[in-house]
Design a protein around this ligand. Sequence first.
Ligand code: ADP
Ligand code: MG
Length: 694
Amino acid sequence: MFQNPIASLPSISSAKEAVLQKELQLYTVADLIQYYPFRHEDRSQIHKITDLKDDQQQAHLIGSLHSLQIVGIKNKKRLEAMLQDDTGVIRLVWFHQINFLSTSLKPGMTYAVYGRLNVFNNSYTIVHPEMEPYTTYSNLSKTLIPVYHTTESLKKHHLDSRGFRKIQRSLLTQLPAKIPESLPDYLLDRYQLLNRRTTLLQIHFPESVEMLQKAQFRLKFEELFYIQLKLLQTRMLRMEKQLGNVYTNTTLVNQFYEAGLPFALTDAQKRVAKEIYADLKSGKQMNRLLQGDVGSGKTIVAFLAMLLVVGSHSQAAMMAPTEILAEQHYNKLLELSANLPVACELLTGSTPASARKRILAALAAGEIHILIGTHSLLNDEVVFKDLGLTIIDEQHRFGVMQRAKLTQKMTQPLSPHVLIMSATPIPRTLAMTLYGDLDVSTIDQMPAHRKSIKTVHYYDAQRLKVFGFMQKQIEAGAQVYVVYPLIDESETMTYKNLMDGYESISRAFPDIPLSIIHGKMRPADKEYEMQRFVKGETKIMIATTVIEVGINVPNANVIVIENANYFGLSQLHQLRGRVGRGTSQGYCILMTDYQLGEKSKERLKALITTTDGFEIADMDLRLRGPGDLMGIQQSGALNLKVADLQKDNAILVTAREAAKEVVQADPLLESPHHVILKTHIFSQNASLDCGNVG
Ligand code: ADP
Ligand code: MG
């Protein structure tokens, strides 16, 4: 039954079939039955017309219909009628389906009417009410009525909520007494889940709020469980299969410690370094995500990992998303390894051919221990003698989908350990879904001396004040960033804003050397400007978001962010992390014009009151939804049908625990009571896929 096309149902004409396919991609009976309502309305109460109140949203009335007539002309036509109960009358109006309704509605008959109450010309009106003849109304459940998403095209084919209700009702009455489960019995028992049949019945036409919640819980659990099962199984199988080199030689590490660290590591850094060392010694390939807020000190942790590998006579690679960042890492690692027998090299797109040749030869001979670069490291001609560890920095810049490709490519010849570093704090729920196949280490502590950055919000009209502040800071020896967002995806618009800004800053600071960086410049020119700023030759850097990730100029302690409301919160937080990296107080100035919505104000306020990147990421997730978080747009993992990563955190944790137990006990899902899991894990739509149960 479930695999049959929807047109096999008597209630689905071929026209309906076509529109359901086109609008909702519903093809089979299974698809249709899994087209769940998005909410339910409680219609246990029937109102009296005289009792209706202005602040009332919905009206539920029973009365007789009269004065049905088409009014207006041509395309301004509408259908009107009056409904009368024993207390008064109310007007009903329709703008669509006028011809159909004018013949199907019967004046004189009693109807149950439900719809949103409007006040029109000082009297109540219901526009497009749902009309149920009283004769059939008495058969319906009136406590929790399902409401389905619908569209104008669907409505033209009478597929409004009421239409869907009819179809689902008749479909569900035909549901066989026993339908195959999609979760093993022992999981149903353990997590007290409704069986599948009851779930289907209750999600559409619940008996009670309690049953509705149970049905929702089962569906969400199942959806999240299958995602986690897939991720954890992938990880488990990879770990079993992918042996990794064992690195235990701590000679270099000790040497580094004995020479004296530039600072004391935070407890979080120590803990995370230990986690990584355990991986490198384990004999299994490491696949670890290292999360840490901007400035939390990921670089030295990465360096410690490299030292263990290099000390064991293997090589390490570090890949950054831009040349500037790669070069910065290179300089940092040169500094850290200054007194150690460790050879570092930098390879980017702009490395001259002769140097490139020399580096590639030395790399293949094993004379270079650490190679830092951009994605040019992925080039086929880059051949290591013995690559033991790959570190990918600021991973979100590469895009989530690229991650797989990247690590795959890097692992092909030698299966090095992989450490992915991200400065975008990801809420736990998202991390579980996006990186569920990785181990996650989190540096959740800032170096002690770090002053928190002062964040303020100014309107454009207060610009002179801001300029005055910049002037003072520059006179005191500081440098300043001024950043422009990418507006409406339009390069031209951004460019214009940037140039206008540059002009007004040039006028305001005639004697101060400026740098400007934007996307239309050649990489070499960008590099040149960046270097001038890094060296302190220029005092103000005017830029688009190229400076967003990882740039470290300790002397820059003011960042002015123009049109701040165009940025996501996490992105603003990233930008803010560019300042306050030295010893002096950092400032972040958020500029906007006066026309700020409440939501924008709330977002900016959040940023002003907290400096905790994880809290901010959570807020971003709550205010804008997961799709807007940086770099995760492409992820298919977020196409959830019933669960909501923002709200269903607890269910996710439970589902992940359940999936973990299954995978640990039976990684290949071979035991008889896991046959169900094996069948469903391979189907595209794991959640209640009726596909193979027909
Ligand atoms: P991120 O995590 O953003 O990559 P970095 O590794 O670039 O952070 O570190 C930011 C700055 O803090 C660097 O200048 C680094 O030398 C410094 N730093 C890192 N760890 C510590 C620490 N434990 N104590 C003091 N300063 C530290
Ligand atoms: Mg960094």
